[in-house]
Design a binder for this molecule. Structure first.
Ligand SMILES: Cc1cc2nc3c(=O)[nH]c(=O)nc-3n(C[C@H](O)[C@H](O)[C@H](O)COP(=O)(O)OP(=O)(O)OC[C@H]3O[C@@H](n4cnc5c(N)ncnc54)[C@H](O)[C@@H]3O)c2cc1C
Length: 418
């Protein structure tokens, strides 16, 4: 039997990263009430940005968005003016010792986007409640006609919802609830450090060392560090903005190497560490030089990468009888090899919406809800576990030139991991 709140079912989304924002659009498009909360103070609270290649899940993402938002996607593309031929839609990997090309993985139809710019595009038209860090999700116990769940925030305020989607990223709080065991829900340090820098060289010749490796992005592997570089912004990101002179393009570099770090290092301290590191110097040109040339004051972070192989969720108490679940990095934080993380998040969002629509079509029947959400969880956990595990295996092969050819990236390209 349909409950009295059937026509105004509210899904509370925890986290306004790419996953939460995409879910908000997809749910709204399908007629659900959506409330979206994020613990950050505002959308630009952190200057960190990185690029994400959208490949096999791009058509699914486009279909989840309303037309007016989908039409703005070019604003998020790192270089929207590029001629996207087979070369531009590939990812080359160079030998980190010699600098020679080892292979180029074809990614037909792919586009590399800035995470910040895509977030800005997706945030438009949504009423995001910033500064709302979720502390807990509990049963409301207020009777059949009221929303079943209560979210409680750090500031003591609460919100009532019928469903909760935890899209709260790699250190998800909602994960602890649905797994029902804080220890099992804790992510695993990878023993790999990851550095990103956003760079304005102000020098066309230096920018050219990036685009000569590839017009979008490239990597070097097989030595003590994995290096990478690419183009981040060629314009100011406004509607139809013209490209700047290449000397003024913003580029990025990344570096992955073995190590442990309890607390992230950022800014000039991170740049100085990276410039003086032997593994940076050992990288083949120009990947080593791009690090060396980093101007003072560039945005730079070093973190230890963490991952979590998803496990089965706890029983009805943990999932509030199929009303609380996860999507995106909250569900399957993985290492950044083969660009799979957000694409699996898109898959999650698509499947979650289908499960909710099927439940609604059944008049919000509780048995259908349990079945649909359990099926969503099971598929997502199996797919996510495979993708996370593959990313860890991929990383282990990337520091030895003899093993790089065994990587999935070399053998199967950047296709869907699971
Ligand atoms: C360098 C790099 C390169 C990558 N490249 C690719 C790629 O090429 N292809 C690809 O598919 N993926 C890639 N990824 C992965 C991709 O970026 C992530 O999978 C994706 O951005 C995850 O988005 P999310 O919304 O799930 O998590 P997040 O972006 O972490 O968002 C979570 C949000 O939840 C909020 N939050 C956290 N806790 C709470 C709380 N308790 N209450 C309220 N709000 C909370 C946070 O403030 C944040 O805004 C890459 C990642 C990195 C770091």
């Amino acid at each position: 039997m349909a409950s009295s709140f059937a026509t105004s079912t509210t899904v509370a989304i925890v986290g306004a990263g790419l996953t939460g924002l995409l879910a908000a659009h997809g749910l709204k498009k399908n007629g659900f009430n959506v409330a979206i909360f994020d613990g950050e103070a505002h959308i630009n609270a952190r200057p960190r940005d990185w690029t994400i290649v959208l490949h096999w899940a791009l058509p699914v993402m486009q279909a989840l968005l309303p037309d007016n938002v989908a039409a703005k996607l070019p604003r998020a593309i790192c270089n929207p003016d590029l001629e996207f031929d087979a070369h531009a839609e590939s990812f080359p990997v160079y030998n980190g010792v010699t600098g020679d090309l080892m292979f180029a993985s074809p990614m037909p139809g792919s586009r590399r986007i800035s995470r910040q710019r895509l977030r800005a595009v997706l945030a438009e038209g949504l009423n995001i409640q910033w500064g709302k860090k979720v502390q807990s999700v509990a049963s409301s116990e207020t009777g059949d006609s009221a929303p079943a769940l209560t979210l409680t925030f750090d500031d003591g305020s609460t919100f009532a919802a019928d469903f909760v989607l935890g899209a709260d990223g790699a250190h998800s709080r909602v994960r602890g609830h649905v797994v029902g065991d804080a220890e099992k829900a804790r992510s695993t340090p990878s023993g790999l450090l990851f550095a990103t820098a956003i760079v304005n060289y102000g020098d066309a010749a230096k920018v050219k060392t990036v685009t000569d490796k590839h017009p979008v992005a490239a990597a070097a592997m097989g030595t003590g560090a994995v290096g990478g570089c690419g183009v981040l912004y060629v314009n100011d990101g406004s509607e139809g903005a013209a490209a700047r002179d290449p000397a003024d393009w913003t580029t990025f570099w990344v570096k992955i190497w073995q190590g442990k770090l309890d607390t992230a290092v950022q800014g000039q301290e991170a740049i100085d560490l990276l410039k003086s590191s032997e593994t940076s110097k050992q990288l083949a040109e120009p990947f080593n030089l791009q690090i060396e040339w980093t101007p003072e004051g560039s945005v730079c972070y070093i973190d230890e990468m963490k991952y979590w192989v998803p496990v089965s969720f706890g029983g009805p108490e943990a999932t509030q009888d199929g009303r609380v679940t996860l999507a995106g990095d909250a569900a399957h934080p993985m290492l950044i090899y083969r660009g799979q993380g957000f694409q699996h998040a898109i898959t999650d969002v698509n499947n979650y919406i289908k499960a909710l629509v099927a439940t609604r079509d059944a008049g919000w029947d509780a048995a259908v809800r349990r079945r649909e959400i359990a099926a969503y969880d099971a598929e997502m956990i199996e797919r996510g576990a495979k993708a996370v595990t593959q990313s860890v295996q991929e990383a282990a092969l990337s520091f030895d030139v003899e093993k790089v050819s065994k990587m999935l990236m070399a053998r199967q390209g950047h296709g869907r991991s699971a």
